[in-house]
Each structure stands twice: as C-alpha cells, then as structure tokens.
Design a protein around this ligand. Structure first.
Ligand SMILES: C[S@@+](CC[C@H](N)C(=O)[O-])C[C@H]1O[C@@H](n2cnc3c(N)ncnc32)[C@H](O)[C@@H]1O
Length: 215
C-alpha cells in the first residue's frame, strides 16, 4: 500500500504518485496503478522539478487539498496535472508558448480544475482579472529574470507560499551556478523568507527549488 508523504502525495517504495482525479487518463505516459482506494499516477522526478524536490527532501509542501494555485510556466501540463490531482481548488496554468499551450488545453479539458491561460508571466496585469484568490505560486519559467517575475506577480496576487524553480543557466551560463542562484534568491529576501532551498541533482543539473514564504 502507498504511504502518504503529504496530503495527496504518496510513496510507492522509491516512487512518488498522486491519486488520479481522472482515472484511466495519462498526461505524459506515466504509469498508472490501481489500488483498493483508487488509481494512482506515478510522478516522474526527471520530468518534474516539484517531483524531484519531494524526493530530495522537501520538508513542507504548501499545496493543500483545498489550495488555489497559480502555476507559471505550465508547458504541456506535466507537473500542473499532478498539482491538480492534489488539490480540489483551481490550478491556473499560465503558459506563453502557443504550441505547448495547445497540448496543455487538452489536459485542461480532462482535469477540469486546471484553467489554461495563454499569457506572458512577466505581465500579470494581463491575466489578473481571470484569476481568483490564490494561496500558492509555483514558477518554472526558465527565464533570465526569475526573481523579478515572482515579485511582479506577488504585487497582483495574495499567495503566501512560493515554490520557485531556478535554472542558473537560464540566468547566466558564464557564471558559477551557485552564485547565480544566490544572487536571484537575494532579490526576494525583502518580501519573502526562505523556508528551504534544494538542489535537484541527480534529477536536474544546476537547478534549485526554493520554498519561500511571504513576510
Ligand atoms: C521548464 S518548462 C516548464 C515545465 C513544467 N513546469 C512542468 O514541470 O511540467 C518552462 C516553460 O515556461 C514557459 N515560459 C517561459 N517564459 C515564460 C513566460 N514569460 N510566460 C509564460 N510562460 C513562459 C516556456 O514556454 C516553457 O513551456
């Protein structure tokens, strides 16, 4: 039987999984496993930084079964679909790549608490009216100005917690990755406390996942 790691997140030995809110439906070819209490969807840490962070020892998982989540950089819905399994709240999925957004929309048709928003995460004023109150920001945009994107969104939405994926090579591939990440996190310390910072190797190289809480 699976063990619960956090509400809605389970371990099957070395694997993690969420309970599939749409039984029989796969998003990215992941394994499905039926148990007496429902169907579980395996969560691939090599495809998802949040999945990797959970396996690397994330201590507090801010997404609760009733959280509303703003997800920036949803791509084709790999990670956001697991978030949508965990919460019955709304998962607002912002993505600006038109091609990947098309695949995302198919996922959102099945997982009806995922709301697709084709927009630029750097311009939250363009989607602020489409979004209700949110508790958690998840950001995985692989952009140069990742801290600035958190800050500008924090001025439009009242979330208390942030799970921020920072890829040092997207910011500056010529500098030491640890220094690049330290510099980006420092920009956030005026408005947020750092709860935990996790390196994601071996699942991702030169990536950290930072959990922040609003002061
Ligand atoms: C690393 S991928 C995200 C993977 C996804 N979070 C997952 O785990 O399933 C980064 C995504 O961010 C999107 N992106 C980059 N800059 C963006 C921006 N300014 N606004 C919206 N999406 C952006 C890219 O198009 C890409 O799909």
């Amino acid at each position: 039987m699976p063990q619960q790691l956090f509400p809605g997140v389970y371990s099957f030995g070395r694997n993690i999984a969420t309970k599939n809110s749409t039984p029989g439906y796969r998003v990215y070819g992941e394994k499905l496993e039926k148990q007496k209490d429902g169907e579980y969807r395996f969560w691939d840490p090599f495809r998802s930084k949040i999945g990797a962070a959970i396996l690397k020892g994330l201590k507090n998982f801010p997404v609760k079964p009733d959280s509303n989540v703003l997800y920036l950089g949803a791509s084709t819905g790999t990670t956001s679909s697991h978030i949508a399994d965990i919460t019955k709240g709304q998962v607002y999925c912002v993505e600006f790549g038109k091609r990947v957004a098309r695949d995302l929309m198919h996922v959102c048709e099945k997982k009806t608490n995922m709301i697709p928003i084709v927009a630029d995460a750097r311009h939250p004023w363009e989607y602020a009216q489409l979004i209700g109150p949110v508790d958690v920001l998840i950001q995985d945009v692989a952009q140069p100005r990742q801290a600035d994107i958190v800050l500008v969104n924090s001025h439009h939405f009242p979330f208390t917690d942030v799970l921020l994926s920072i890829k040092s090579r997207s910011i500056d591939s010529s500098r030491n990755p640890k220094k690049v990440i330290r510099g980006e996190v420092a920009k956030l310390k005026g408005e947020f406390n750092v709860v935990q910072e996790l390196e994601l190797e071996p699942f991702e190289k030169d990536h950290v996942l930072v959990h922040l809480k609003r002061k």
